[in-house]
Structure formats: structure tokens, C-alpha cells
Design a protein around this ligand. Structure first.
Ligand code: SF4
Length: 391
């Protein structure tokens, strides 16, 4: 059974309107909101503690333009070449009415008799505007479920209510199985070598697919009986170093749970906004100094992973380094250092100037510092002996 929507449906309309106005003010009066997409929602789920990103995404601020106005444009994004290569691979995977894609889906996930090429449905999902496409997709999903055959929905449109605004999401494909189950398909151009692919890339694809699965749950919840959304999504990639597609099923239950929790957290965007000083704006046309103050007024949790996921990464990295935050070295290091949160505290603890010697992190740091001193002393002595011999 699909879970209930973690949306703002229960928020009173007046409060919702007030929040919408507040977020528009933050964005800058006449600036249109940048729509949220699955990549942005997945990135939010990947850095749950970052209030800065939650607010900026919730307000629909164009973070690419904001980073530029702050003087820290990021290299975040996909190269044109990678984009074209991805499109060409996707077209190949979906050729001939999706025959190969449906064969891979059946092979990895079952859900009915083997699809017969040419006998599967590929409904036309064209309609005016994203709302129209989302309605057309919902209708096609219902008809496909009732048909009892294989159906490929190529680039369907799904809507998800996030922080009072509708995010329109466009998965690569959704397959409806003869048993009535729905599967999200992600087609990526990174290779799958000997059946496995780069773990970080697979993780990012799984988080993105979980957002789509969540949006599909909203569509399914309106049908009676509600169809089953499969928690195994299908990841399709080039096989080894060829152009041939191969696929693997990925269980995204964990990512779904995280994304649900994060979307529930997004309803508190109004709380983050309420703590900002009067007159704060992220209008990218304002001077850099004013924008910097506005951005700094919202707490952030920078980690190196931000470099691959957020447009503000260069700005936040610089600030995190200036503050000596341990997270700038990586979340795993931060986790191992317990209560030591700045690089200054770590160096002081290692030098014996502060810190509880019974704290395992402090003891390890002091042992490491002693070993380093010994190694440096040994290297210095060896270099001195070498110099004497040479003379
Ligand atoms: S780059 Fe900055 S705003 Fe973006 S997620 Fe990381 S800390 Fe948050």
C-alpha cells in the first residue's frame, strides 16, 4: 500500500498562501520560482541537515545564478558531450517500441509473461503544459494497469507537492507489468562492468529513482485498488565498454524512506524563513555583499559530497574552510572525531594543549602526532648523516 503523502495537503490554505508570499519575497518579488526536479529533491535527501539548501530550493531560488552573483560559480552540471551521449544511449534502449527495455525489465523483475516485440503498448503522453502531461500520464497509467499487458510510458510526467508548490518530475520511463505493478526505469550512460557500476553514481541514480517512485505513489493512491509500486527500480546502463544495454534491479526502499522524511522536513521551510533578519533577500540582482550576508544567515552543513550535488558548493566550501569546519574534510572524518568540530580543536588536541586524554579520538590524535614526530625526527637524522657522508 502506498504511504500517505508527506505533502502540505493538511496545511491550512491561508498559511500556505502566507508561506508562498514569504518565499516569493525571499526570491525577489518578480523573480519566477525555479521548479524543483528529482535531482534537486534527491540532493536534498543526500544532505538532510542543510537548512540553506532546503530554504533556497523551497523558495525556488536559482542557485546557479546565486552562486554566480556571490562570485563563486560552480562547475556543477553535465557536459554537453555527456548529455548528447546519454540521449543517444537512451534512444537506443527505447528503440523498436521499447522491445529491448521491456525484455530487460522482464528478465530482471518478472511481473508477467515474456513481452512479445510489437505487442506492448507505448501510449502517447503529449499534452499542453506540465499539468496537462501529468494528467495524461495518470490516465495512461490507469489504462495500462487495467489492460493486463506490458506498457512502456516514455518520459511520463509526475507531480509531487513539495513545500506548497508542485514539482514536476520526468523519469526516463515507467513500465507497467501485466501483473499491474509499476516500475521506475533510470537510463544512465555510465558503464556497468561485469554487472556492477560506480557505487557513487548508482547511489545518486537510486536516490533520484526513489523520488520518482514517491511521486508514482501519489498517482497510485488515487486508484482503487491502488497498484503496487515496485521498490526495485531498473537501472539500465551500457554493458562493459560497449553501447549495448544491460540492467540491474536496485532496491530503493531505504532511499524512499529518507526522501519521505526529507520532504516532511521541507514543510518546515517556513520555520527556517522565520529566523531570517527582516528584509533578507536572495534576489540575484542584489550586490554580492548583501547576498553573502543573506546566504550566511542560513546555517549550512558543507561536505565534499556537495561538490557533485549543489550549485553553491564552492561558496560553502570556502566558508567551511575559513571556519575550520571538520566537515570540509569529509563526513566520515567528522564522524570519527566525536566532539571535535573544528580543525583548530583537532590540532590543539593532537598537540596536548586541550582535550580529554580519556577521549578515544583525542588519544588517537596524540598517538598519531607522536608517530609523526618520530618519523620526522628519523628522516631528519638520516638526511643529516647523508649530508655528512657526501661532504
Ligand atoms: S553546497 Fe552549501 S547549500 Fe549546497 S548542500 Fe552543501 S552546504 Fe548546503
Amino acid at each position: 500500500m502506498p504511504s500517505p503523502a508527506p505533502s502540505r495537503a493538511s496545511t491550512p490554505p491561508t498559511r500556505r498562501t502566507a508561506l508562498r508570499h514569504r518565499l516569493a519575497e525571499l526570491r525577489g518579488g518578480d523573480v519566477p520560482a525555479l521548479p524543483l526536479d528529482a535531482r534537486a529533491l534527491a540532493a536534498l535527501a543526500a544532505n538532510p541537515g542543510c537548512r540553506r539548501r532546503a530554504l533556497l530550493d523551497g523558495a525556488g531560488v536559482d542557485k546557479t545564478a546565486l552562486a554566480r552573483s556571490l562570485g563563486a560559480p560552480s562547475g556543477f552540471g553535465q557536459s554537453q558531450f555527456a548529455f548528447m551521449r546519454g540521449n543517444a544511449f537512451e534512444a537506443r534502449v527505447k528503440a523498436d517500441g521499447g522491445a529491448e527495455l521491456l525484455r530487460l525489465t522482464h528478465g530482471r523483475l518478472g511481473g508477467g509473461s515474456e513481452p512479445v516485440p510489437g505487442e506492448s503498448a507505448v501510449p502517447d503522453l503529449a499534452a499542453a503544459g506540465p499539468e496537462g502531461r501529468a494528467a495524461r500520464t495518470a490516465l495512461a497509467l490507469r489504462e495500462a494497469t487495467e489492460s493486463g499487458g506490458w506498457t512502456l510510458l516514455d518520459h511520463p510526467m509526475l507531480a509531487l507537492d513539495v513545500a506548497g508548490t508542485l514539482a514536476f518530475l520526468e523519469p526516463d520511463a515507467v513500465v507497467v507489468h501485466p501483473d499491474g505493478g509499476w516500475t521506475v526505469v533510470e537510463i544512465k550512460s555510465f558503464p556497468m562492468i561485469d554487472g556492477s557500476a560506480d557505487a557513487a553514481k548508482v547511489g545518486a541514480a537510486a536516490r533520484q529513482a526513489a523520488v520518482y517512485a514517491l511521486a508514482l505513489e501519489r498517482v497510485a493512491a488515487r486508484l482503487d485498488p491502488a497498484p503496487r509500486i515496485r521498490h526495485d527500480v531498473l537501472l539500465v546502463c551500457p554493458k562493459d565498454f560497449s553501447n549495448l544495454p544491460t540492467a540491474s534491479a536496485i532496491d530503493v526502499r531505504k532511499q524512499l524512506a529518507v526522501t519521505r522524511r526529507q520532504l516532511a522536513r521541507l514543510t518546515r521551510v517556513e520555520d527556517i524563513a522565520a529566523q531570517l533578519p527582516e528584509g533578507t533577500t536572495f534576489d540575484v540582482r542584489r550586490p554580492a555583499a548583501e547576498l553573502t550576508a543573506a546566504v550566511e544567515a542560513v546555517p549550512a552543513t558543507y561536505a565534499p559530497e556537495c561538490l557533485a550535488a549543489c550549485e553553491l558548493a564552492f561558496h560553502c566550501r570556502t566558508r567551511a574552510r575559513e571556519e575550520g569546519e571538520v566537515t570540509s574534510l569529509g563526513r566520515s572524518i567528522r564522524g570519527e572525531l566525536g566532539g571535535l568540530t573544528t580543525i583548530g580543536e583537532i590540532l590543539a588536541a593532537a598537540a596536548g594543549a586541550s582535550g580529554d586524554p580519556d577521549d578515544p579520538a583525542v588519544a588517537t590524535l596524540r598517538r598519531a602526532a607522536a608517530l609523526r614526530s618520530e618519523a620526522l625526527a628519523g628522516a631528519g637524522a638520516a638526511a643529516g648523516a647523508g649530508a655528512r657522508e657526501a661532504s
